[in-house]
Design a protein around this ligand. Structure first.
Ligand code: SAH
Length: 376
């Protein structure tokens, strides 16, 4: 069994302002908060006793109320120079996956030699997109801001490297966990925190229109990606139930507001699924929708998910779809997926089931290396 971790609030999930308020309430001077953040995020200490510029009594008080790590690292799939999928066990026994992608092809604002981390925002997902593995077992719970931040901090320690780009494209719908996700972004961005530039963070959403509007007023200049996957309501609502709640007209109203307020380029993610949404009629409508927003389209040949019937179209069809967009003057890339073979690619992240025998991953990866605990 892995060591049971504390369910106390994590210091990794507090903003400087929140921690300052905690110290005030304890009758401690405000500058202590900065000192503690330094230990937490710059020195990355694992114990309160290492915070040597604080008195022993204060260290004990902090240890009583807070924790520094809430999840244990369980396995990694992949290898040193390819996409690596990390599995973490949360304090309540749930699992969450985080994917490290070396050399991202500059799609989300980073240089190509940079490290990108794909983080999860929820355990499971309630959105039930028909093509996606993450929602297969339904929704369990939101991740806390601390659990989101801890994914980055833990992977940086495990990979012995710094993360340059973050994408909220792991398990879950980040817009359905808005407060925790934006708090995590603040901590990840802050100079007293992890220090990742806001423009190096991309939030991906299935189209929760009201929260897109809300994010348009969020002060940090994070990027926005929309999982579109259908250019008409008719096609989109077949595969994305969210489209019934927020149809395309409403979604695009929110996107227009985003575009007006942020003057930032949007990305549309569009999975190509054979005979579902890969018709050239969809490509033509998609081009019309993308153009006024100056949105870039990222075409993703569907990654197969065990138990789901969908297939990727032929390369000829993929190319033809892209050509329609390019001819209409829309920037469109055909993404070369990484991590496909280890079930770490988009939409392949799913909950692990725990049984008496241990963890069962229903998608057995091509190569699995286990470091450390070996699962449970
Ligand atoms: N819920 C958010 C964040 C998840 S991002 C969102 O929908 O954007 C994961 C991305 O992978 C989304 O664009 C999703 O639509 C896509 N995806 C899901 N299943 C996939 C699959 N089987 N193959 C390729 N991409 C997939």
């Amino acid at each position: 069994m892995s060591e049971l971790l504390s369910s106390k609030p994590s210091l990794l999930g507090l903003t400087l302002e929140q921690l300052t308020a905690v110290f005030q309430e304890m009758g401690e001077p405000g500058f202590r908060a900065k000192q503690v953040m330094e230990w937490v995020f710059k020195r990355r200490v694992l114990g309160f006793d290492q915070m040597t510029n604080l008195g022993a009594a204060l260290r004990a008080k902090l240890a009583e109320r807070f924790t520094l790590r809430t999840m244990t690292y369980s396995t990694v799939t992949g290898s040193e120079d390819t996409t690596r999928k990390y599995l973490f066990k949360l304090h309540d026994g749930r699992y969450v996956e985080t994917v490290l992608i070396p050399a991202n092809p500059a799609l989300y604002g980073g240089a190509s030699d940079r490290l990108t981390l794909c983080v999860s925002s929820q355990v499971g997902c309630a959105y039930d997109c028909k093509f996606c593995a993450s929602g297969l077992a339904g929704f369990t719970r939101n991740l806390t801001a601390g659990e989101i931040v801890e994914q980055i901090v833990q992977v940086e320690a495990l990979a012995r490297d710094r993360i340059d780009n973050l994408v909220f494209m792991g398990m879950g719908e980040p817009m359905a966990n808005y407060t925790n996700v934006t708090t995590a972004i603040e901590i990840l961005n802050a100079p007293w925190g992890v220090g990742i530039g806001a423009r190096h963070m991309t939030l991906s959403t299935s189209g929760v229109a009201p929260n897109i509007r809300k994010l348009a007023d969020f002060p940090l200049q994070v990027r926005l990606a929309i999982s579109l996957h259908g250019a008409t309501d008719e096609v989109r609502e077949k595969i994305m139930p969210v489209n019934r709640k927020y149809p395309l007209a409403e979604l695009f109203d929110a996107l227009a507001e985003w575009h007006r307020k942020r003057k930032q380029h949007l990305t549309f993610e569009y999975i190509l699924i054979e005979s579902v949404n890969d018709g050239l009629d969809q490509a033509r409508v998609l081009a019309k929708r993308a153009k006024p927003l100056q949105a870039k389209v990222n075409l993703i040949p569907y990654n197969t998910v065990e138990g789901l019937p969908w297939k990727r179209p032929s390369e000829a069809q993929q190319d033809a779809f892209q050509a329609v967009l390019l001819n209409a003057g829309v920037t469109a890339t055909l993404r070369r997926e990484k991590g496909h073979d280890i079930a770490a690619a988009c939409g392949q992240l799913r909950l692990k089931q725990e049984t008496e025998e241990g963890i069962i991953d229903s998608m057995i990866p091509a190569k699995r290396i286990t470091i450390g605990g070996g699962g449970d």
